[in-house]
Design a protein around this ligand. Structure first.
Ligand SMILES: Nc1ncnc2c1ncn2[C@@H]1O[C@H](COP(=O)(O)OP(=O)(O)OP(=O)(O)O)[C@@H](O)[C@H]1O
Length: 892
């Protein structure tokens, strides 16, 4: 370590490295891309990391015999390729530029960090995904509540909320931020509340000062208070929101005029869809997944990036107000019924570019000429869209049209002043501002243009005068315009020409005339660039004044895009309009799974099913059925249909009546939290506990194979108790679909009047079973697990051994099931066998006493008679023999 320090010290001695280390000291946790000439260089630890992530060569720069520093760099123009890779790898990247023109300065050039790119603060198109928000979240643990704010700097969307930590956790799952900032010192609390998978950054407590942050926000929005945004009463929420503005400054993102407002997220407005449900319903594909077959992928018919992003939010945050849902459905309905209107709308929406991201790039003065042209085209399309909506007699559509601002001033200015197809996409290179905008620019262009003819004329004249046919006039940066002559004609070159360069088979010369011309033309080029840049900056400044209108238009287009997407899907897939109300009934007729039905092989039809739930007759549907029969699919499709209805979409069913739901809870299958040190079963119990603790009478609960992760007895007991709890809860009759392999639970129907048994039907054909996938009333007796094992290609010996064991067990218990757990079944039901009965029926060798009830008379007697014997390992027959022996000896 000491040796390394020494090495660094030596480097500090060179002026360049001294400068490097002083800048690096300000950004110790970022990879510093240090601009040196045409290269970005990284040093030391940064170089080791960068070379690993980017696959670029790592070298050691020697400094004397014993000292070195690692070095890895890449050409500056490759930054668009390399920066996204570093950020995607979760690195923070500080871009350090030369702030002076090296040609103009002697000695060391001034350098400074111009931008700190972190996973949550990204503006570059090449890092951002089109249809995905890139939120930065900020969490503040306040005294009373926890506050949270979300900002997507690339679109200007800014939200604030506060509440319990589990609510904030839900919001974090809904908006999936790329980075979360929070107070230093709260590390344990943060990971307890939100897990350890998020990319986080900690800031000092003072950054979250409520008072300072209120002021900061008002300044940003140009208002006196935050009342107008309806967020004035938030305290910890505003602490979190202000910290975001601080963080933007900290990362050198100061051009944020596009952040014009903040909206609050109210818990009461949205359906509770937590991270378990997002995962269990496979709402979104995980990052980097190749196969795009999540729910979001399958239903997305949006045509704009804005629409795509909004759709994701609608999926994760469905709404609860039947009136608002009805407003969305009305528009979808209109598009479904009026195909011509839908076509016109689609045609125009498809022409609209990413107005939100363009707005952010205008604010940061990074917008490219082609993006401006795209903005102009978008505004023309928006005009036609508005006209199409106004041409209808629909009040909703009129209201939407009313929110559209045509921004003619902006649109016409771009149309007038920027070439429709700019020659360059960088204003620095010119060829962007149209003719006729600036008389001086036009004049200079004429000179430059005629210059070309002029050069062509000189070339022709000299060629004729010297008799050198291949003579060519070209330009390079070193000595400007020159005449190139092939060696074969060297002798014909006039004496007045000045030789500048000798190539392998040619010579290059300059002449007085060319020099003069060069000064004139180069001066013109430079002047033109200055003028073009000035006009461009003025156009951007003009548009900057309309950013809030631009963003409002973008929001309307996004909304229309989502609604047309729903309509298109409804037509493609024969979806129907759901009926929503405040009632407690859920009645889905012939519902289908929106994803599975699209993935079935050709020729296979999805089997639709009915699901009816209410709070009086049928609160809990207990669904049994063999493995693979379709239980999970049925559970998920029910949740998805409810979610779609509350998003405002049509649904895959023949009809659907949905009494609005406030929370969708799901507990399905294994989880991936095992890496965090929790067992599968622990995760199952944690999730189940969270469900039971949060249900209301408007909730829908999906429980799939609860108890599977533990022993049969424990599993059945827990499952049974959970159903009882759901059924008997005094105030919350949460509607529940309960899929299980434990047929014993069918007995609950007799004890709990709102529990109803169903099974997914199959047909047995010899050794095979055929899945009919139809949901039918009543329970089942068989698991067919061994059939499924056979179908899966298990070795024949295993399958037949399993068959044999099953038959033994059936023999012992006299029915199909092994459930000695009489604490559950005792309630007026036929008891499971006792140790004595089991022994007399010839219990198999693998049956141990631990499987019986603790108060079994044989067990009690043995325990009383033989202290210290490990009776659990005995079989029932051994136990009975032992007991008889003892009785003989003791004579009891
Ligand atoms: N209604 C249906 N129509 C057509 N195919 C279906 C239907 N339901 C399910 N399937 C198909 O059957 C497969 C298995 O369904 P699912 O996973 O729901 O079974 P399961 O009963 O939950 O099984 P297990 O108990 O083993 O988890 C699905 O992946 C799907 O391809």
């Amino acid at each position: 370590m000491n040796a390394e320090k020494k090495i660094e010290k030596k480097y500090v001695e060179t002026p360049l490295m001294k400068q490097y280390y002083s800048i690096k000291a300000v950004h110790p946790d970022a990879i510093l891309l240090f601009r040196v000439g045409d290269f970005y260089e990284t040093f030391g630890e940064d170089a080791i990391k960068a070379s690993g992530i980017l696959g670029i060569t790592l070298t050691r720069r020697a400094n004397g015999s014993a000292t070195y520093v690692e070095l890895a760099g890449f050409p500056y123009h490759a930054i668009d390729t390399y920066l996204p890779k570093l950020v995607r790898a979760g690195e923070r990247v500080a871009i350090c530029e030369q702030l002076e023109d090296p040609k103009q300065v002697r000695g060391l050039v001034k350098r400074g960090v111009i931008e700190l790119v972190t996973p949550g603060v990204v503006l570059g198109d090449n890092i951002l995904a089109n249809k995905e928000n890139a939120f930065l979240a900020s969490v503040y643990f306040g005294r009373q509540t926890t506050g949270v704010a979300f900002l997507d700097i690339s679109t200007g969307e800014f939200y604030v909320a506060e509440g319990s930590e589990s609510y904030i956790d839900k919001l974090i799952s809904n908006l999936a931020p790329k980075e979360v900032i929070y107070q230093r010192g709260y590390e344990d609390r943060f990971s307890d509340a939100f897990g350890s998978k998020l990319y986080t950054y900690r800031l000092d407590e003072w950054v979250f000062s409520e008072e300072v942050n209120r002021e900061k926000l008002c300044k940003q929005f140009g208002t006196r208070s935050l009342k107008g945004f309806g967020v004035d009463h938030f305290t910890s929420g505003l602490s979190a929101a202000g910290a975001i503005l601080y963080y933007l400054e900290f990362t050198e993102h100061r051009d944020i005029a596009h952040i014009t407002s903040i909206s609050r997220i109210d818990q009461e407005d949205y359906v509770w869809v937590d991270k378990f449900t997002i995962r269990n319903l496979e709402l979104f594909s995980s990052n980097g997944a190749r196969e795009k077959c999540s729910f979001a992928d399958v239903i997305d018919r949006t045509l704009t990036p804005m629409g795509g992003r909004l759709l994701k939010r609608w999926i994760a945050m469905p709404i609860k107000d039947p009136v608002k849902i009805g407003e969305r459905l009305d528009v979808v309905d209109k598009f479904v019924r009026d195909a011509d209107l839908a076509d016109v709308v689609r045609e125009q929406v498809a022409l609209v570019g990413d107005m939100e991201r363009i707005a952010s790039r205008i604010a940061a003065a990074r917008v490219t000429p082609r993006e401006l042209v795209q903005l102009k085209n978008s505004l023309f399309a928006v005009e036609l869209l508005k006209a199409a909506l106004e041409s209808t007699d629909d009040a909703q559509l009129h209201a939407l049209a009313g929110q559209i601002d045509l921004l003619e001033g902006v649109r016409d200015r771009i149309a007038r002043e920027i070439y429709p197809d700019p020659l360059n996409n960088q204003i620095q290179k010119g060829g962007v501002i149209a003719d006729g905008v600036d008389p001086e620019l036009d004049d200079l262009r004429r000179i430059a243009l005629h210059g070309k003819d002029y050069l062509a004329r000189i070339q022709q004249r000299e060629s004729e005068a010297t008799g050198i046919p291949s003579l060519k006039i070209s330009y390079n940066n070193v000595f400007g315009y020159y005449i190139e002559v092939r060696n074969a004609h060297k002798e014909k070159v006039p004496e007045t020409w000045i030789r500048k360069q000798t190539l392998a088979n040619a010579e290059r010369y300059i002449t007085e005339e060319l020099k003069e011309y060069e000064e004139k033309i180069l001066g013109a080029e430079e002047k033109m660039l200055v003028i073009e840049q000035r006009i461009y900056a003025d156009i951007i400044d003009h548009i900057s004044r309309s950013l809030s209108h631009l963003l409002r238009d973008a929001a309307v287009v996004a909304r229309i895009d989502c609604l047309q997407s729903f309509a298109r899907l409804a037509c493609e897939r024969r979806y129907v309009r759901p009926v929503l109300d405040d009632g407690k009934l859920i009645d889905i007729r012939q519902g289908r799974h929106p994803v599975i039905e699209t993935l079935l092989p050709v020729g296979e039809e999805y089997v639709p099913n009915d699901v009816m739930l209410d709070d009086k007759e049928q609160q809990i549907m207990m669904i049994t059925g063999p493995n693979m029969s379709g239980k999970s699919a049925l559970l998920r499709q029910t949740a998805l249909i409810i979610l779609m209805a509350q998003m405002g979409s049509f649904v895959p069913a023949k009809s659907a009546h949905i009494g609005v739901v406030d929370k969708i809870f799901t507990r399905v299958g294994a989880s991936d939290n095992i890496s965090q040190g929790e067992s599968t079963f622990m995760v199952e119990m944690l999730e189940s506990a969270s469900i039971l603790n949060n249900i209301s009478d408007r909730s829908i609960v999906l429980l799939d194979e609860i108890g599977r992760g533990t022993s049969t007895y424990d599993g059945i007991s827990i499952a049974w108790a959970m159903v009882e709890y759901l059924h008997n809860h005094p105030s919350a009759h949460a509607k529940t679909l309960f899929a299980t392999h434990y047929h014993e639970l069918n007995e609950m129907e007799q004890m709990c009047p709102r529990v109803k048994n169903f099974h997914v039907s199959v047909k047995e054909m010899g050794n095979q079973i055929v899945f009919l996938r139809k949901l039918e009333r009543g329970g089942t007796e068989h698991s067919f697990g061994i059939h499924v094992a056979r179908m899966a290609g298990m070795p024949v010996s295993v399958v037949s051994r399993a068959d044999e064991i099953l038959r033994n067990l059936e023999l012992v218990y006299g029915n199909n099931e092994i459930v000695p757990s009489r604490s559950i079944k005792n309630r007026g039901k036929k008891p499971s066998p006792s140790v004595k009965e089991a022994a007399e029926n010839g219990a198999p060798q693998n049956m141990q006493l631990s499987m019986f009830q603790l108060d079994d008379p044989v067990l009690v007697q043995i325990r009383d008679q033989i202290k210290g014997l490990d009776i659990n390992s005995l079989t029932p027959i051994e136990a009975l023999n032992k007991l008889n022996e003892i009785k003989k000896i003791t004579g009891i």
